[in-house]
Design a binder for this molecule. Structure first.
Ligand SMILES: Cc1cc2nc3c(=O)[nH]c(=O)nc-3n(C[C@H](O)[C@H](O)[C@H](O)COP(=O)(O)OP(=O)(O)OC[C@H]3O[C@@H](n4cnc5c(N)ncnc54)[C@H](O)[C@@H]3O)c2cc1C
Length: 494
């Protein structure tokens, strides 16, 4: 439920366009030039505590203190404040859980916290309509409680992320989906969007499809998703995961390629660490099933080059398995405050081994860190149907892979130079990945991009994306963080 705080609502009374500052009851007599803020169902906060809390994201690499924070009580609030900010030349960003790592959703103007829009409006039998601030784990729990049990077809590894946030980046199946599904964006039927003009629009593949396609994987450049209608599919009762460790990369890659095509395997991902550790690579292949039938272990493991540990658990325990690793780390190690210069790229299926030959020997234990992870996620290309997010050219393969080097510092204050050297590493790796392996940035991490680099990144989709920007956010009010349509912070600063 949205927080209501009448006191704060009443405190901000308007914006002084000449002084370029928000006016509160305490800040003095309203001036004649005052632009009054529209009536709101939620809260507009300008206190330091609210603004400081919204000044960083999970990466702790960049910081931008917003001049105001909106905790919306409705899509109307989002629309009213976007229209207001457009009029006043104030940049606007929105965030879900702010789990991107390089300031993608930060703002020096207004920051809209979508997590306050968190209602599940309807469920089943084969779709759910939810607010953008709903967490995937909450949607999955609610869907799983239905009879018959349901689930979103694709779930990210960590499920404490918002629907609006992952739909704005893509949503790779980190714990469910990928082998026989698209990305999360491929399983959306309809969106409600507040555009950069402050209009509330509904869009789908058949209605305002230009907006629909510009929003899914569109990094919040053309609008703010306020609601989404998402596919649901029948959920299994149990999950059996085969965990196989490798020191030999050849055997690992051979087995990875075998299991992604193996009948009976429903989800696969892999972890890697710097060379020298045992195991260096860990393959996790999962089969979903309903008891009393059970997966055929022998058929699934036939010919694989490592002996597995088998984890058998309920479906929801499987879905929440990464959350159950990360959330305690936030409690015990302050994980959310650690520095995270993440590198995340798509690779054409045929380039995976060569990419690892190039980069793996260069990795040191610090490149991942004790609280970080190296990850590989397979995705079948033919199921990834949206123009955004961008994915690599096929290079002769039906498969493509996301590779993450999710570096995490050991302490919140790592040695001087840590962040800079890791960011320089990311730039080096990204150039190599692009030039030598046909890789494409997965824009959740910490890689600096200029506007020409974004243009190249979007390739043949650029013209449509740019047209949608001009149509739906003509004054470039929205989401300057990634600098897609110009350097961050150069438009309408408050
Ligand atoms: C532990 C962990 C595991 C992860 N595993 C996976 C995985 O398996 N697969 C995967 O694909 N990703 C994964 N991610 C990355 C994740 O998808 C992104 O970080 C995602 O952006 C997080 O969602 P969020 O709610 O925090 O979005 P935010 O970081 O808040 O937002 C992401 C971007 O979208 C914009 N935005 C946010 N909400 C909206 C909205 N409603 N409308 C328009 N724009 C909006 C923001 O301005 C920002 O630019 C993981 C991240 C973490 C921390």
């Amino acid at each position: 439920m949205p927080e209501r705080n009448i006191e704060s609502i009443d405190k901000v009374i308007g914006f002084d366009p000449f002084a370029k500052q928000w006016i509160t009851v305490e800040s003095g007599e309203p001036r004649s030039a005052l632009a009054p803020i529209p009536p709101l169902d939620g809260v507009l906060a300008v206190d330091d505590e609210s603004r400081d809390a919204a000044a960083v994201d999970l990466g702790n690499l960049s910081s931008e203190k917003p001049s105001a924070v909106l905790r919306p009580g409705s899509a109307r609030d989002v629309a009213a404040m976007v229209a207001f900010c457009r009029e006043q030349g104030i940049p606007v960003s929105s965030r879900g859980q702010a789990h991107t790592t390089f300031g993608q959703g930060l703002s020096r103007g207004l920051l809209i916290e979508n997590r306050h829009l968190a209602r599940i409006h309807s469920l089943g039998p084969d779709f759910a309509e939810v607010d953008a601030g709903v967490l995937w784990r909450d949607l999955t729990r609610a869907a799983y409680d239905q009879s018959p049990r349901l689930t979103p077809p694709v779930l990210t590894g960590y499920t404490g992320l918002t629907v609006g946030g992952t739909l704005s980046v893509g949503g790779v199946g980190g714990i469910v989906g990928g082998l026989r599904t698209g990305l999360q964006v491929d399983h959306v039927r309809e969106l409600e969007v507040v555009t950069g003009t402050g209009a509330i629009e509904r869009c789908s593949p058949t209605h305002r499809s230009d907006l629909f396609h510009a929003m899914l994987g569109g990094l919040g450049q053309c609008g703010i998703i306020t609601k989404a209608t998402i596919d649901l599919v029948p959920a299994a009762e149990r999950a059996r995961t085969y965990v196989l460790g490798y020191t030999d990369s050849g055997t690992f890659f051979r087995d990875l390629r075998t299991v992604i095509d193996r009948v009976g395997v429903d989800h696969v991902y892999a972890e890697f660490v710097a060379p020298g550790a045992n195991p260096t690579f860990t393959l996790l292949a999962t089969s979903f099933y309903d008891s009393p039938s059970a997966p055929d272990d022998q058929a699934i493991l036939d010919g694989l080059g490592a002996s597995p540990e088998i984890e058998d658990r309920g479906y929801m325990d499987h879905v929440l398995s990464i959350d159950n690793l990360i959330d305690p780390l936030c409690e015990t190690e302050g994980w959310d405050r650690l520095v995270k210069p993440w590198f995340d790229t798509w690779l054409p299926g045929s380039r995976l081994e060569d990419f690892f030959t190039d980069i793996h020997p260069t990795l040191t234990p610090q490149d991942i860190g004790p609280y970080g992870a190296g990850l590989i996620y397979p995705q079948r290309r033919s199921h990834a149907t949206r123009p955004l997010p961008r994915v690599p050219e096929p290079h002769g393969s039906e498969w493509m892979f996301v590779v993450d080097i999710n570096t995490v510092s050991e302490t919140p204050d790592p040695e001087p130079g840590f962040a800079d050297s890791m960011l320089a590493r990311n730039e080096r790796l990204m150039s190599l990945t692009r030039e030598r392996h046909g890789g494409v940035l997965y824009p959740i991490g910490s890689v600096r991009m200029t506007e020409p680099e974004w243009r190249e990144h979007y390739g043949e989709a650029w013209d449509d994306f740019r047209s949608a920007k001009e149509r739906y956010d003509p004054d470039h009010v929205l989401t300057p963080g990634p600098g897609v349509f110009g350097a961050p912070g150069t438009v309408g600063e408050a």
